[in-house]
Every structure is written in structure tokens, then in C-alpha cells.
Design a binder for this molecule. Structure first.
Ligand SMILES: NC(=O)C1=CN([C@@H]2O[C@H](COP(=O)(O)OP(=O)(O)OC[C@H]3O[C@@H](n4cnc5c(N)ncnc54)[C@H](OP(=O)(O)O)[C@@H]3O)[C@@H](O)[C@H]2O)[C@@H](O)CC1
Ligand SMILES: [K+]
Length: 499
């Protein structure tokens, strides 16, 4: 599990550590870690051309000291200073090692050094960056991103907000980022994650000073250790029965995909509740599902003894009868996942009785909005939700006192009082109709198997992303392809389980 800490937490840990180590020790450690990554990215060190982009703070200092280490090994290192001043010790060290330093003038659009380089090191701003990049930093960031040369970012790509991943204006697009002491949340969450490239953590001894993480990014072994495995004693009831309330006459496919997502993730049984037309379609595709034609509100199968969890919403409709159905589910004691039309009903409720029921629930509850749905739920701007995904997911989790899985370029999971989760397996291939219906069924199956909502959400998102990549070897997919690939993703994880 990768851990990330916000800038203020990193600063506190840094001060505590600085009090115990000699002056300049942390920067030397950071520079050594950075230089090692540069060596990995260069075809050879001796004779290679390295350009450092250097801002006025310690981020620039790291770049200069790393440049000095490379220059000492025979690289031709040039530093372009973005501001009037730069880290004095770093400039001195680079010059002493044979490197060259010049100021990059405001309005200069040349950057020829960059196009001829073997490697560009982005030390413009790190965790001290505030707001969008100013000039000439912004111009340098654009030149570096456009140069056909590998770029390594120091701590964070300049222009990416370290805490949120937000990008306002120009930002460096790095092939690799060397981050110090701990990961920063913005390296795992888009749009920042997409700018960071491969992220490598350089240990500078900060670990003992750090509290628990604010965000985690689970890896295959972490997900594998959470996934339930049926044992010899398992039967369909012990594995979990999932109630699915998805689909309606105009949207029958949503029910088929949602039920399929559950079955292909692994569940004891799916009990599908809905009208005859849609139920016939579900049973036609998935004869193993049990269809329940009773009126969902008077249905008795929502007692915890009969079903282990319920999914409601995909393609279900937003009529008053659907609101009654949602209310009945929220009033029950079973874990509930609310998606799509269920979320629209919550929005329409405007913080009224449905939201009240949500807040009072003691059973696990999970909302799975995309950015537009979350924006409507919070009465926020969709672009703001996309720019600062963590903040908005956390706000919804606090407001409704439940777990929130925010789908999108980076799927994030927020749960009151627990570290946020950034899913590492997302792919643009998932942006296809019906993909969310499959996810709802898949996460529902994990809820039914007994995982708490936060863990079910993180495992389901991980599997969904892997399934998209495995489905057709990276070629475009439809939501139905995900159903075929989900078992492959589960099997892949089983192989990576710790022994
Ligand atoms: N934490 C640790 O343990 C360790 C941290 N270390 C390193 O220190 C880094 C933090 O250094 P830092 O505090 O000096 O800040 P930094 O990122 O260089 O930025 C400040 C400079 O940027 C400027 N600037 C700001 N915003 C801007 C904008 N929008 N557009 C343009 N310019 C902008 C700002 O100018 P000002 O606004 O003050 O005029 C100032 O000059 C950290 O990321 C890591 O690399 C390691 O050495 C060792 C261990
Ligand atoms: K940087």
C-alpha cells in the first residue's frame, strides 16, 4: 500500500527531522535519490546533456545538487534559472563540478538547450508551489513538456498541486517523478497523476516522523489480501446473497450488466427484483440469477438473513415508486450501494428524508457517483469536482456519513475518519456506456461477501480497472467485455496473494 501525506504534514515531519540531522543533510539525501533516478533514465552519464530547470526554492536546490553529482560523473549539465535568485549552495556546487548556470529571461521562447538534451530535470517548484505557475516558470514548463526528451520531476511536477492533483494553467508533463520522504496525494489523483509519470519514492529518513497517511494507493497484494476467497465450508448463502434493484423497461441492459458484474466478481447468489420485462431479460442472460417479481416495497427479502447486501439505481428510473423503493432499502439493515438513478433521487430529495435516512443508517452504505452526479449532489460545479476529486468525495462522505466512490479518470474512495483511497488501475477505456453498471454489481458482490463499504469499493474499483486492461489487451472495449474480463482480474489477483 503506497501512503501519501499532505504538504502541511510533510512540513511538520521535515522540521522534526531537521532538528536531529546536520544542516543540509536532507537536501543531500534528496539530491542523491534524484541523481540515481537520472542515471537510470540516461543512456549513459559521461558525455550526456542534462538541463536543469531551477526555481527559487529548495526544489531548485535539489535539482542543482543532483546536477552537481551528474556533472562530477562527466555529464554536461546546464541550469536555467527561472527567477532572480536560486539556491546559493546548489549553484556553487554545480559550478564547482563544472556545470553551467544561466538565467532564463522573461519572454524567452527559445529553450534550444532543452531540445538538444538527453534529460530535463524539473526543479521549478515543489511542495512550496502556490496557485498556477507564474512566468517564466510556465513557459519553461511548456517547453519541457514539448521537448522530445525524457523529463524527471523533482518531488512533484511543477504546476501540479501536491495536495489535490489540481492543475491550473501550465504544468510539467514528466516521464518520472522522484518524490521525497513520502508520496504526495496529487501524484496519485488526476489530473496530477497523469503528469507525474512513473513515481519513485526517495527515502530521506522522514518515515519515523510521519503520522498515518491521509491517502493510500493500494497495490495488487493489498487488494489480493482483502478479496474474500470461498473456503471448503462455503455455500451460496455464506458467500453472500446480493439483491439487485437495477434496470427498467427502457433500460434493461443496465440490469443485465449490473447482475453480470456481481456474478462475474463472485457472489453466492443474485436476487433480482424488478418488472417482468426486465426480469425476463436478466434471466435470459443469467439463468443463475433468481428473479423476484414481487413489489419491491412489500418484498420480504430485504431482511439481513435473506440478503447480505443490495445495489439500487442503475437504469432504475426516478419515478415516485423508485423513491419509495430506495427509501425501503435505506430503511433496512442491509449494506446498500446507491448508484445512478438512486443518486438522482437523493439529489431531488435536496437533503430531505432520504438524506436523513442515509445519515442515520448503521449498516454500510456506499454512494458511487461520477463527477456530474457528485456535483449535483453537492450543488457544486462539475469542473471543480474533476479538478479536486478528493476534496469533493470527502465532502460528500461527511455530509451523508457514508462511503463515497467517485468514478472517473482517477477513481477515489472517501470514508469518514479513514484515509482516502486512490485507485491505481483506472484507464480511459472504462469511459464507455454501461461500465458503471458493471462496477455497481461488482462492488455489490464484494459488499455481499462481507467486506466493509470502503474495502469493497477499493477492491471493486481495482478489479474494474484491471478488467478493462485485460479485456482486449488494451484495445477499445464495451461494458460487456468487462464481464468476460472480471474473472481474469480476480484470478490475476489470486496469483499475487501473499503466502
Ligand atoms: N519536505 C522535505 O522533507 C524536503 C524537501 N525538499 C525539497 O524542498 C522543496 C520545497 O522547497 P521550498 O519550501 O523552498 O518550496 P519550493 O517547492 O521550492 O517552491 C518555492 C519557490 O517557488 C516559488 N513559487 C511558488 N509558487 C509559484 C508559482 N505558482 N509560480 C512560480 N513560482 C512559484 C516561490 O517563489 P515566491 O512565491 O516565494 O516568490 C519559491 O521561490 C520540496 O518540494 C523538495 O523538493 C528536499 O530538499 C529535502 C527534504
Ligand atoms: K518540480
Amino acid at each position: 500500500m503506497f501512503s501519501a501525506h499532505t504538504v502541511s504534514v510533510v512540513r511538520e515531519a521535515e522540521y522534526a527531522l531537521m532538528a536531529r540531522v546536520p544542516d543540509g543533510a536532507l537536501m543531500r539525501r534528496a539530491a542523491a535519490g534524484l541523481a540515481a533516478e537520472c542515471v537510470r533514465l540516461l543512456p549513459r552519464v559521461y558525455g550526456s546533456r542534462v538541463v536543469l530547470l531551477v526555481g527559487g526554492g529548495d526544489n531548485g536546490g535539489d535539482a542543482l545538487y543532483a546536477g552537481a553529482l551528474l556533472a562530477a560523473r562527466g555529464a554536461a549539465v546546464r541550469a536555467l534559472l527561472a527567477g532572480g535568485s536560486a539556491h546559493e549552495g546548489g549553484v556553487g556546487a554545480l559550478r564547482s563540478a563544472g556545470g553551467r548556470v544561466r538565467k532564463f529571461a522573461d519572454g524567452e521562447a527559445d529553450g534550444a538547450e532543452m531540445f538538444d538534451a538527453d534529460l530535463i530535470v524539473d526543479g521549478l517548484v515543489g511542495i512550496g508551489g502556490r496557485g498556477g505557475l507564474r512566468e517564466p516558470h510556465a513557459a519553461l514548463a511548456v517547453l519541457a513538456s514539448n521537448a522530445p526528451v525524457p523529463v524527471v520531476a523533482v518531488d512533484v511536477p511543477s504546476g501540479v498541486d501536491a495536495d489535490t492533483g489540481e492543475v491550473v494553467g501550465a504544468a510539467v508533463r514528466a516521464d518520472a517523478t522522484v518524490t521525497f520522504g513520502t508520496h504526495k496525494p496529487g501524484l496519485f489523483v488526476d489530473p496530477g497523476a497523469e503528469r507525474a509519470g512513473r513515481v519513485r519514492l526517495a527515502d530521506i529518513g522522514l518515515g519515523p516522523e510521519l503520522p498515518g497517511p491521509g491517502l493510500v494507493c493500494p497495490q495488487a497484494v493489498d487488494i489480493a489480501s482483502l478479496l474474500p476467497t470461498p473456503g471448503a465450508e462455503s455455500d451460496k448463502y455464506r458467500r453472500g446473497v446480493l439483491a439487485v434493484r437495477a434496470g427498467s423497461d427502457p433500460y434493461r441492459g443496465a440490469a443485465v450488466l449490473c447482475v453480470g458484474g456481481a456474478l462475474r466478481t463472485g457472489v453466492g447468489m443474485v436476487r433480482f427484483g424488478g418488472g417482468k420485462g426486465v426480469a425476463d431479460q436478466v434471466i435470459g442472460r443469467w439463468p443463475e440469477a433468481v428473479a423476484d417479481f414481487r413489489d419491491p416495497q412489500s418484498s420480504t427479502d430485504l431482511s439481513p438473513g435473506r440478503v447480505a447486501a443490495a445495489v439500487i439505481g442503475p437504469g432504475r428510473g426516478t419515478h415516485p415508486a423508485n423513491a419509495d423503493e430506495l427509501r425501503a432499502l435505506l430503511d433496512s439493515d442491509v449494506p446498500v450501494l446507491v448508484d445512478a438513478d438512486g443518486l438522482t433521487l437523493l439529489t431531488g430529495d435536496g437533503g430531505g428524508p432520504l438524506a436523513g435516512l442515509l445519515r442515520e443508517r448503521t449498516a454500510h452504505t456506499l454512494l458511487t457517483p461520477h463527477a456530474g452526479e457528485l456535483a449535483r449532489l453537492l450543488d457544486a460545479d462539475r469542473a471543480d469536482v474533476e479538478a479536486r476529486r478528493l476534496e469533493h468525495a470527502a465532502r460528500a462522505a461527511d455530509r451523508f456519513r457514508c462511503t463515497v466512490l467517485l468514478k472517473g479518470s482517477t477513481t477515489v474512495v472517501a470514508h469518514p475518519g479513514a484515509p482516502a483511497v486512490a485507485n491505481p488501475t483506472g484507464t480511459p477505456l472504462l469511459a464507455t456506456a454501461g461500465s458503471g453498471d458493471v462496477l455497481a454489481g461488482s462492488v455489490g458482490a464484494l459488499l455481499a461477501s462481507g467486506l466493509p463499504a470502503r474495502e469493497a469499493a477499493m477492491c471493486g474499483a481495482y478489479l474494474h480497472g484491471r478488467a478493462a486492461s485485460l479485456a482486449r489487451g488494451g484495445a477499445p472495449i464495451s461494458a460487456s467485455d468487462l464481464l468476460d474480463a472480471l474473472p481474469l482480474a480476480v484470478a490475476e489477483l489470486s496469483r499475487s496473494r501473499r503466502v
